[in-house]
Design a protein around this ligand. Structure first.
Ligand SMILES: [Zn+2]
Length: 851
């Protein structure tokens, strides 16, 4: 969450543009300077010239595509058609082509020409081949490939046409794409150099340990009615606003201002907290006022405690009343430990001095331990929050590895750990995969992902995903039918920490003192949620400029050229995630954030640079459903009596909102996911507090457990099926699935399987694929929790047959859009590799200089 952050960065940006900024102002706002670093690659996307996929524009690439396409990856047996194989009988040659990637020279047209016109000669050369080269073909057809079909038909045979259940179908195909993400061995030590870079100072590794937890001013555990004040300027600056890290709205003067502010400027002002129970108060944390326009904070203060609010006892430092150091700016949280813990029910913060040009304003948290209630006959039966026995604490990188390893060891049959890449500092982006067949995409089985910690200081999502993997493993072993079903029918990927560098920064400060922005960005200062390629602009520009509407595309938008250059400011973490998104055919995802309580759905970006504006996707109704599923099952969001977190009341909208209608975000992960891949993604803002205290974790798990599970189950909504060649029954990859009246298509995966998320209703579904006649079926989506099976068999066009005969089994190029999309992805991977290599050698050199 970050409306103000964006606004601030916009503001700073404008200020820089105008150039008339005074030194005092920029000094005053120095805490915002970080935000200027968030200039993302997408900022320049506006100037991108790519408008649409017209043949002329692509043609200059076509040459490169032809040569690289055929040579850069292993071909699948089905890609060269069996038909042309039979007529030309070049079997051995074909074997060679399908079992391993060709070298650039091997695919050259020259060899093709010489061999294709002289069959006898070719046969002679094949004889010279060693028998071993033919072998791999056999091993490529394991009998186990039959399995998925059987399992899948069990799900809902009633919707299946009898003709579609042919056991031979999958036997003719390999059902997996090449596995790119190899399993990680977490027994391995962390690279010594990475270790030195991230944890160079041993003493700062662990956050400060407090004797007592926070009462919960920040987390809202302390209710508004428990906070009182001597006076307050107006409602928006009332005592209920005096909570650590509370965020003001854009304007001052509304009901959601960024602190408690006293009406008078004298030493008789106080903010009082009723702990409701006898409490051992140990410390106070103070912060100034959150505001873009005002500059107010308390410099020194006293503390008093009471049991009846009539008699007050001052906090002493020896024989004198203690005076505590407060703030020097508005944002930094400053901790004061009481010289001697004070036992009482009420505590008062009593400001003594404040910023001279400002007024008395503060945000606070109080640390204290509840004392046993003498009237309670079960004093030690405190509410624990949940019955689940999970590892409830904050896990830094090393602890996260340990936990993932233990889950993997506990459930080796259904889990696998892999890494999608490394952070700037070299920490691995670990993913826990959960499936009854880890490491493989199974035909018809949808892929789901949760991504957490894109903003490193929004840490609850990370812990919830660690809880979730532990929970699924435990429940699966105990035979919990819901979990067993989920694991068997879904391939789940959990990425708990997309920004591990940022997390470590926030973690070292700890849950109370990390503030609002530390650790949000990548090590380089990039905000990853603005860092994905801005495909919205590409799409909207095309709609505006293109006169021939039939040329417009509505899905699978290629990454713009400039985004793939080495100079583009794209973080290594973003690059890793993009590559991951394109490798695995994800269907559904959620992106877990913190600092608000709301679920947002795409688009996240407004169309004409409006700061906020409702900007729905063609799949708006399904996205609203998805957001509602999470929000309505989350215990805190769905509580009608809850108060708003900061400056917006999302309860009014049932806790869901269109992302762009909250605040525009160009280059968001959600929008990119929807426009570049088949995957639908929403953002979940999990809690008002970005970094809840460890003691809050059990209750937070309970608040989110059902939501996390039921949201995953939505991946089984709508329709799914396999698109196949009618003659060969081979699955057709990249077929386009169009649903009438929804201007957003999706594509089939490697094996021809597809998933189209849809709300209940009747749909006419048309499938097209390069070289095939289109086919249309009507498919009904029911209210039940399983998808309607909607298979397609496509007939090859005569033209395609002819092309294949002419190509003699060679690869027929894919459609232009797809080729461009693949080319750009390849370019991005190449530039990523170059950047990584350069950074590694830089870091090595820096180390050399250091030593
Ligand atoms: Zn966030």
């Amino acid at each position: 969450m970050a409306p103000t952050v964006i606004l601030l960065s916009l503001l700073t940006f404008i200020v820089v543009l105008v150039g008339g900024v005074t030194n005092s102002h920029s000094l005053k706002k120095s805490h915002n300077l970080n935000d200027t670093r968030t200039t993302s690659a997408t900022g320049s996307a506006r100037t991108g010239t790519y408008a649409n996929i017209s043949p002329t524009k692509v043609s200059r690439f076509s040459k490169t595509i032809k040569s690289t396409d055929a040579t850069s990856r292993p071909l699948k047996p089905t890609e060269g058609s069996t038909k042309s194989l039979k007529t030309t009988t070049f079997k051995p040659k074909q074997t060679q082509a399908t079992t391993r990637p060709l070298k650039p020279t091997e695919g050259s047209t020259k060899t093709l020409k010489t061999t294709t016109f002289k069959p006898k000669q070719t046969q002679a050369t094949t004889r010279a081949l060693k028998p071993t080269t033919v072998k791999p073909l056999k091993s490529k057809k394991p009998s186990t490939t039959l399995k998925p079909t059987l399992k899948w038909t069990e799900v809902s045979t009633k919707a299946l046409k009898p003709t579609t259940v042919k056991p031979t179908v999958t036997a003719t195909r390999t059902t997996t794409s090449p596995v790119r993400f190899h399993s990680e061995d977490l027994n391995e030590n962390i690279d010594k150099n990475v270790e030195r870079r991230v944890w160079h100072k041993k003493e700062s590794e662990e956050p400060p340990l407090f004797e007592c937890p926070p009462l919960g001013l920040e987390s809202l555990k302390v209710k508004d009615s428990q906070i009182q004040a001597s006076s307050y300027k107006r409602m928006g600056l009332g005592p209920h606003r005096g909570r650590l890290n509370i965020q003001s709205g854009v304007e001052d003067g509304d009901i959601y201002d960024g602190a408690w502010c006293a009406q008078y400027k004298d030493q008789n002002q106080w903010l009082q907290v009723d702990a409701k129970k006898l409490t051992r108060f140990t410390a106070v944390i103070l912060q100034g006022r959150s505001s873009i326009w005002s500059w107010d904070y308390v410099e020194t203060y006293k503390v008093q405690v009471s049991n009846d609010t009539i008699k007050w006892k001052p906090c002493m430092n020896g024989s004198e009343e203690a005076v505590f150091e407060g703030n020097k700016d508005t944002e930094t949280s400053v901790l004061a430990i009481l010289p001697k813990p004070a036992v009482a029910q009420y505590i008062r913060i009593n400001p003594q001095t404040w910023f001279k040009n400002g007024t008395i304003c503060l945000r606070a948290e109080i640390m204290g331990c509840e004392l046993p209630d003498p009237n309670n006959i079960y004093p030690w039966q405190a509410e624990e929050g949940t019955k689940d026995k999970l590892d409830f604490r904050h896990h830094n990188y090393k602890e996260m590895r340990k936990l993932m390893k233990s889950v993997n060891e506990m459930c080796p049959d259904i889990t696998r750990i892999y890494s999608i890449g490394k952070s700037y500092m070299g920490l691995k982006l670990y993913v826990m995969e959960i499936s009854d067949n880890p490491g493989k995409h199974e035909l018809g089985e949808p892929e789901f992902r949760y991504v957490a910690g894109m903003h490193g200081n929004e840490v609850l999502g990370r812990e919830l995903l660690l809880n979730l993997m532990e929970y699924i493993c435990q429940e699966y072993k105990q035979g919990n039918q819901r979990i067993v079903h989920l694991v068997k029918e879904t391939r789940i990927h959990l990425l708990p920490s997309m920004n591990p560098d940022g997390y470590e920064m926030a973690y070292k400060k700890g849950s109370e003192l990390a503030g609002w922005a530390l650790g949000r960005y990548s090590y380089e200062g990039i905000d990853m949620n603005h860092n994905f390629a801005d495909l919205n602009t590409v799409m909207w520009d095309a709609i505006e400029l293109e006169t021939d509407k039939s040329k417009l595309i509505n899905h699978y938008f290629p990454i713009p050229e400039h985004y793939t250059s080495e100079e583009a400011l794209v973080s290594p973490e973003t690059r890793a995630v993009i590559s991951w998104m394109q490798t695995i055919p994800f269907v559904l995802s959620a992106n877990l954030h913190g600092g608000e309580l709301v679920v947002t759905y795409p688009f996240d970006m407004t169309r004409d640079w409006a700061p906020k504006e409702h900007t729905p996707t063609p799949d708006d109704s399904f996205f609203r459903w998805l957001a509602t599923v999470y929000a309505s099952t989350n215990h805190v969001m769905s509580n009608p009596d809850r108060r708003p977190c900061h400056n917006e009341d999302f309860l009014r909208y049932n806790n869901i909102i269109n992302g762009a209608n909250w605040h525009t975000v160009p280059g968001s992960m959600n929008d990119f996911s929807y426009l570049h891949t088949n995957c639908f993604e929403v953002t979940v803002e999990l809690s008002c507090d970005k970094f809840p205290h460890a003691s809050e974790l059990p209750i937070e798990w309970e608040n989110n457990k059902e939501s996390l599970l039921v949201y995953m189950e939505q991946v089984h909504r709508g329709i799914k099926g396999v698109v196949r060649d009618k003659d060969t029954e081979a699955g057709i990859a990249d077929a386009i699935i169009k649903v009438d009246d929804i201007d957003h298509h999706i594509r089939s995966a490697f094996d021809g399987d597809f998933w189209r998320l849809l709300n209940p209703g009747d749909y006419d579904v048309t499938v097209t694929a390069e070289g095939y006649f289109p086919a249309t079926r009507s498919c009904r989506v029911e209210y039940e929790h399983y998808p309607t099976i909607c298979d397609f068999q496509l007939t090859k066009t005569p033209k395609q047959r002819l092309r294949e005969i002419l190509a003699k089994g060679g690869k027929i190029p894919k459609d232009l859009q797809l080729r461009l999309r693949q080319l750009r992805m390849r370019k991005l991977r190449v530039s990523t590799k170059l950047i990584n290599r350069r950074r590694q050698s830089q870091q090595r050199r820096a180390r050399g200089a250091h030593n």
